[in-house]
Write a protein that binds this ligand. Structure first.
Ligand code: KG4
Ligand code: ZN
Length: 334
């Protein structure tokens, strides 16, 4: 089954063609240049840039796939969660294409796309746990089957990516900041500063990063002696990774599932990958981390989700842009 998908939920304009589990093209036009000077995403600017980029990006995806519209079986588009202005650009473009090509169009939940991105370059079987860590989201999902997910944990405040980005901003390292912090941290001492590991008393599985962010702010304001930026980065990163690994381990114990996928932009983090591999070795589990191009926001994962849902006899989501869209019910215990 060949699907052309569009993804415009946040600040990347993407179109991709996927045939079964083979990515024929996956074009991503990043907007980092326009948001960098504000130190974060400006929704109005994101929507305007999507409007300029969407048609050329779709054209390029079709060209790279070497296909005509008549070769496709379906179209798919992200319908949420995300920035409504950005989502609407993708939805309108996809609806226009559907009218023109007479192809069916299905709406896809962006979070399901991230979770199922791992099925593109691995033969992971359900059930598996997916740690989704990006700028927009931080959560752990149990994928029981295609179309059947439980939210095992989610963040109570900031996402892991936001914590990296805000720290980079405080340290004057630019935006987005995760990659720079990761690189500097390699030359730093992880034990130089003891930052707090965020916990939520009432929910041992919940993630929390806002206290960590505040503690970095306090540390930078009140430090008495100079500490190398590499050491601050290594210590800050270790606090985030500790929290993520701890929750993933707890989720494995709670669900009894020993397969872990890490998806979303923060999965590129070298220390997170190292610690996750060690943790999975320790319990005899399996770790799956898709290539970076499939971890950050991309349309290939949206096309793949539409294909897997169709193969499992599931319908697509309705075609309404929605900023908040949970992926399955909250975990209530085994
Ligand atoms: O998935 P993504 O491209 O976009 C969202 O949906 O948010 O994720 C972007 C996030 C940013 O916060 C960025 O700082 C972070 O991923 N990131 C990293 C690394 N590379 C990107 N965080 C930690 N270490 C990295 N190497
Ligand atoms: Zn995303």
């Amino acid at each position: 089954m060949k699907v052309l998908a569009l993804e415009t939920s946040c600040d990347d304009t993407s179109a991709a063609v996927v045939d079964g589990d083979v990515v024929l093209s996956n074009v991503v036009s990043s907007q980092d240049d326009i948001h960098a000077k504000y130190g974060g995403i400006v929704p109005e600017l994101a929507a305007r840039r999507h409007l300029e980029s969407v048609a050329p990006v779709v054209g390029l995806a079709m060209q790279q796939a070497g296909l005509e519209y008549g070769d496709l079986d379906s179209l798919a588009v992200t319908r949420g969660p995300g920035l409504v202005g950005s989502l609407l650009v993708g939805l309108s473009a996809a609806q226009g294409l559907a009218l023109r090509t007479k192809l069916p169009l299905v709406g896809v939940n962006h979070l399901e796309g991230h979770v199922l991105s791992v099925t593109l370059e691995s033969n992971i079987q359900t059930p598996f746990l997916a740690l989704l860590v990006s700028g927009g989201h931080s959560a752990l999902y149990l994928a029981r089957d295609i179309g059947s997910y439980v939210e095992v944990a989610s963040t109570r405040d900031d996402s892991a990516g936001e914590a990296f980005d805000k720290a980079a901003k405080m340290l004057g390292l630019g935006y987005p900041g995760g990659k720079v912090i990761d690189e500097l941290a390699r030359k730093g001492d992880r034990a130089a500063v003891r930052f707090p590991r965020g916990r939520v008393k009432s929910d041992p599985l919940a993630l929390s990063f806002s206290g960590l962010k505040t503690s970095l702010w306090d540390f930078l304001r009140t430090r008495e002696k100079e500490i190398r930026v590499e050491d601050i980065c290594a210590s800050f990163q270790e606090a985030i990774v500790d929290v993520l690994i701890d929750r993933a381990e707890k989720a494995m114990v709670a669900t009894g599932v020993r397969r872990l996928a890490i998806v979303g932009g923060v999965s590129a983090n070298s220390r997170l990958r190292e610690r996750a591999a060690e943790a999975m070795d320790a319990v005899g589990g399996e770790l799956f981390v898709p290539p970076f191009s499939l971890c950050t926001d991309n349309a290939a994962m949206i096309a793949r989700t539409a294909i897997l849902r169709a193969e499992h006899g599931l319908t697509g989501d309705e075609l309404v842009a929605t900023s908040r869209l949970p992926l399955g019910p909250r975990w209530q215990g085994a």
